[in-house]
Design a protein around this ligand. Structure first.
Ligand code: ARG
Length: 589
């Protein structure tokens, strides 16, 4: 495992050295290097420097150029415009850098030296309720952030903060107590996720009907809430039945999403019950929270209701009940003090932004968050239908996640079948690829737009072979694998002595930016920038194919090997990048 400095960072360093040699009075100025279309890189830093030193920028630039040592790295440097530097690196430096990447399992991507511990709160559905598209976003974005952060060396603790507590359980449990066999399954029988959900759904409806029509049942349901909170054993056992049944359902949906969820990481709201009293006592004693009309509240100068009066965060209701906020505050204490987190990341719907702002600020006032421990909401927008309105079924209900997944897989399977014009795939292979393409399409659509933005759910577009889709990337990967198979005994080998064609250079320079992309994406929690990087990589590959034949008899053997080397590294980069996004790259499509 050797981290490989990118060409950009090597050039940047070279320029910085030349700058301080040529202009010692400038101190350690930043040459401000960036990728450029005119040359490989452009440095703009000398302009600002000239202003500061009151010199002529073009003259200063010429001085810096003079101080650059000739060598294997730089092909050409010219002073252009008011005093920019246009820099072209040698083909040799490009191929050698990529060869060093290829020799490393991690493609030369360094570990973050400042890595710490991040607790990620994601994939948090609610017990006894259907999962919807919002839960999909949290799961998909959260899982990608887990993989990306772990890849950079961060220690990541996963937390699925499922909604498994609250007054609605009084009604459900009371119904189950009065109809004790509703959730029973025959011994030894495995229950599918759909079966689990449909028995929960039936139970929910039946108990709701009774609750709304029968005053006496309503009263018994209220008493049941009290018994639940008091920890009455029979009540707890019934509650546990709901949780277990729901987990069967959750795990089956996550399985469909091709995502692993581990039992130990599922710590729902109920997991913090023992801490709630202490949390409130501490907040009240420290004066962070105050009693107001019987409730324990935290006030904020900048959070006002429509009436202009401050809207508090309610930590404990006047009847003594605890809500969502008390649980979240207790979870912060647990994650910081027991799990040793220095970052708390919450992948939650943007509509909960005010809740988290108030919770984080309260935790800061209480000292649970501070300069060394930060909390961030990775907020995501709403999933919209084709019509641009919040995604609903024709009947106006929120769309069930499972239906979406099934539909996407069905659709993708058709695409795979049509594409297989020569009938080379077995039915089984078509089904397997259909699943990988369909699930990939849903994930990619979610990950390729900035999380904060709402996005339109459009299946046709998502499984389209052209454009910014996962299928396009999967085909790019499979096509490379197919060329490698056809190359037979000729394997990839780097030849730094060869001159590169423009399309080869463009592809290669983009490959070299993988490390920097990962670092940026991890630091800013922006998986869509990884998706954009991979899409650009596939686009460079398409241009490369247009302009450069790989397996052609007209090519000398070393050109074939060098091109195989370039596309092989492209395939590995695509595979690694897609894996970080949770998307499979089938070997054949
Ligand atoms: N279960 C909640 C929902 O479905 C999301 C939980 C988010 N996490 C948290 N720590 N509050 O909306």
């Amino acid at each position: 495992m050797a981290s490989v400095p990118s060409l950009a960072s090597t050039v940047q360093q070279r320029l910085a050295d030349a700058l301080s040699a040529a202009l010692p009075e400038a101190g350690s100025a930043d040459p401000l290097l960036r990728r450029s279309d005119r040359a490989d890189f452009q440095a703009n830093g000398i302009l600002a420097l000239a202003k500061q030193l009151k010199g002529n920028p073009r003259e200063l630039a010429a001085k810096v150029v003079g101080a650059l040592a000739a060598g294997d790295l730089l092909q050409e440097i010219e002073v252009s415009g008011p005093g920019f530097l246009n820099i072209t690196v040698t083909d040799r430096a490009i191929v050698e850098t990529l060869a060093a990447r290829a020799a490393d399992d991690r493609l030369g991507v360094p570990y973050n030296e400042q890595a710490g511990t991040t607790v990620i709160d994601y994939a948090q559905p609610n017990v006894a309720k259907e999962m919807h598209v919002g839960h999909l976003r949290s799961a998909v974005i959260g899982a990608a952030m887990v993989e990306i952060l772990e890849f950079t060396g961060e220690k990541v603790v996963r937390r699925h903060h499922i909604g498994d507590w609250g007054t609605q359980f009084g009604m459900l449990i009371q119904y189950l107590v009065e109809h004790p066999h509703e959730l029973d399954h025959d011994k030894g029988e495995t229950v599918s996720g759909e079966e689990a959900m449909s028995s929960l759904g039936r139970l929910y409806k039946a108990s709701r009907t009774l609750f709304d029509s029968d005053e006496e049942f309503k009263a018994r349901a209220r008493d049941r809430v009290v018994a639940l909170q008091a920890g009455d054993p029979e009540t707890l056992a019934r509650w546990q039945q709901f949780v277990d049944e729901s987990k069967i359902y959750f795990y089956s949906v996550f399985g469909k999403l091709d995502m692993e969820i581990h039992d130990a990481d599922v710590v729902g709201e109920s997991g913090y019950n023992d801490m709630l009293n202490d949390t409130c006592r501490f907040l009240e004693e420290s004066g962070v929270a105050v009693r107001s009309e019987g409730a324990l509240c935290v006030f904020f100068d900048d959070v006002l209701g429509p009436d202009g009066k401050p809207t508090p965060l309610i930590v404990q209701k006047s009847n003594g009940g605890f809500g969502y906020a008390a649980t979240d505050l207790s979870a912060i204490r647990d994650r910081v003090q027991n799990l040793g987190a220095d970052t708390l990341l919450y992948v939650v719907d943007a509509r909960q932004a005010l809740h988290f702002r108030m919770v984080f600020e309260t935790a800061r006032r209480a000292g649970w968050l501070n300069d060394r421990v930060k909390a961030v909401q990775l907020a995501f927008g709403t999933v919209l239908g084709k019509d641009g309105k919040p995604f609903k079924t024709r009947e106006g209900e929120t769309v069930r996640l499972v239906d979406l997944l099934d539909e996407a897989v069905e659709h993708a399977t058709e695409v795979v079948r049509e594409k297989d014009t020569r009938g080379e795939l077995t039915e089984e292979e078509i089904a397997e690829r259909g699943t990988q393409v369909g699930v990939g399409a849903i994930k990619y659509a979610d990950l390729s737009t900035s999380a904060t933005r709402d996005y339109r759910f459009d299946l046709d577009q998502m499984v389209s072979l052209n454009g910014d889709t996962s299928v396009y990337l999967q085909y790019a990967y499979a096509r490379i694998q197919s060329i490698k198979r056809r190359a037979g005994a000729t394997g990839p080998a780097a030849h730094p002595e060869l001159a590169l064609a423009p399309a080869e250079r463009a592809l290669a320079l983009h490959l070299d930016r993988f490390s920097e992309t990962i670092a940026e994406v991890a630091a800013a929690y922006e998986p869509h920038k990884l998706a954009a990087y991979l899409y650009q990589l596939a686009s460079h590959l398409t241009k490369f194919y247009d302009q450069c034949q790989v397996l052609s008899d007209a090519n000398p053997p070393e050109v074939v090997e060098n091109r195989l080397f370039l596309i092989d590294l492209t395939a590995r980069t695509l595979h690694q990048g897609m894996a970080l996004l949770g998307i499979r790259t089938p070997e054949r499509l």
